[in-house]
Design a protein around this ligand. Structure first.
Ligand SMILES: [Zn+2]
Length: 417
């Protein structure tokens, strides 16, 4: 699916780096920007390559951000969320759409995407708001930013359809979604669990969105069951559609309600999700902020990460919102997200890094290519000074060397241009 085609690069030998599991490794990058070999003691066999000494540094598969809203980034001081929950954020956005122009949206989105690239991300999947009040403003802005930053970071755009989208009352919203797909959106998105707010059903909204995806032969990535209601069945709906023959890549983001079901239910659903090949994206920042207000005891509000991973589901993690009404915080930093996966989902540092790197890349770029620090994969790499991965996640070093398709840029985290 993605994207960038690179000119040839100088072959490079990255040597004496510490890997995620603590081994000392060398990595040879070929002239096509792919990883040719991962091993030890490669210096003698690759003497023609440019030598890059990574002694004292960690070398990791670069992070990919599987779920962002670049169009809403940095709105925290402009649009306030009066209740602090999901509906409060949605209503605040709706009431203030008139403040948002294409130019302003593009400016904030570019700032966010540049910060992501500086922090090590080589790709980002961003959702673009499509509501009747907002029209195609976000699409226009994000298409512009995608073009402008094509040499900086891969940007994939999900057309995030508003609601209702099904039935007679959804006609205008469906027309808007078709417009966005024709403009160049890569993926069909939406929020079937919010269809119920306007009297519709999750099943009807899911069916409509998948029909549109099928018409354009595009993947889907749906905000799925972003609610503590354990009866929400959006994930089960997606599974049913796959078994009914929907044959395009499917990603379910959030899946909060799954975390509220019994262990028996979680295991049963997770096995079906794995069998259907559906990617699940966990979004700890926003779920921790928005969900659970007024509940006693207050739930953690993440999906059933353990059951999904045990079943073999490709589980990735993203940061979702960046300093906007849905999450006032966030640094667009993969170590922040990985750290939250350690703390909220009890993953090891290595597993947490996989959720923001290899697994996220698989979600965004699809299954057709190798991912990570393996021969044949695109040389998307991140190196930081650290003795081990736990320390890197804890310290989030600002000194970051990033390779994107074998092209290297050095960066320090700081005010972005
Ligand atoms: Zn989202």
């Amino acid at each position: 699916m993605l994207f960038a085609t690179f000119n040839t690069v100088s072959p490079q030998l990255l040597h004496s780096a510490v890997s995620a599991n603590g081994e000392t490794i060398d990595v040879l990058i070929d002239a096509d920007g792919l990883i040719a070999t991962v091993g030890t003691e490669l210096r003698s066999t690759a003497s023609d390559a440019e030598q890059v000494n990574l002694s004292g540094r960690l070398l990791l598969p670069a992070p990919a951000e599987p779920h962002a809203h670049l169009d809403k980034a940095f709105l925290a001081e402009v649009i306030h969320n009066p209740t602090g929950d999901l509906i409060g954020a949605v209503e605040a956005m709706r009431a203030n759409r008139h403040l948002l122009t294409v130019a302003d949206t593009a400016s904030r989105a570019e700032r966010a995407a540049r910060r992501m690239a500086a922090n090590g991300f080589t790709a980002v999947r961003t959702h673009a708001d499509l509501t009747l009040e907002h029209g195609l403003t976000s699409m226009e802005a994000l298409l512009d930013v995608r073009k402008r930053l094509r040499d900086v970071i891969d940007i994939e755009i999900v057309a995030l359809c508003g609601w209702p989208v099904a039935g007679t009352s959804g006609a205008e919203q469906r027309a808007l979604l078709h417009n966005a797909m024709e403009m160049g959106a890569d993926v069909v998105g939406g929020c079937p669990h919010l269809e119920t707010v306007t009297g519709g059903t999750i099943a009807d909204a899911t069916g409509v969105l998948l029909d549109v995806a099928d018409a354009y032969r595009r993947p889907v990535d749906l905000h799925t069951d972003e609610t503590l209601d354990p009866t929400a069945d959006g994930l089960a709906c997606l599974v049913a559609h796959v078994f009914d023959g929907f044959d395009l890549p499917v990603t379910a983001s959030h899946c909060v309600s799954l975390g509220q079901k019994s262990q028996v239910q979680q295991v049963a659903i997770a096995e079906r999700v794995a069998e259907a090949g559906i990617n699940v994206v966990v979004l700890p920042h926003t779920n921790l902020f928005l969900q659970g207000r007024g509940h006693t005891p207050m739930p953690r509000a993440l999906t059933a990460v353990d059951a999904l991973r045990t079943a073999g589901v490709n589980v990735s993690a993203g940061a979702d919102n960046l300093q906007d009404p849905f999450n006032p915080l966030g640094r667009a930093c993969p170590f922040e997200t990985a750290g939250l996966m350690v703390l909220t989902s009890h993953l090891s540092p290595a597993d947490a890094w996989s959720t923001v790197s290899v697994n996220a890349s698989r979600t965004v770029r699809g299954d057709g290519v190798p991912h990570g620090l393996v021969a044949g994969a695109c040389a998307d790499l991140l190196s930081v000074p650290a003795d081990n991965l736990r320390a890197a996640i804890a310290d989030a070093p600002g000194d970051r060397w990033v390779w994107r398709g074998g092209h290297r840029h050095d960066t320090r985290v700081g005010p972005e241009t």
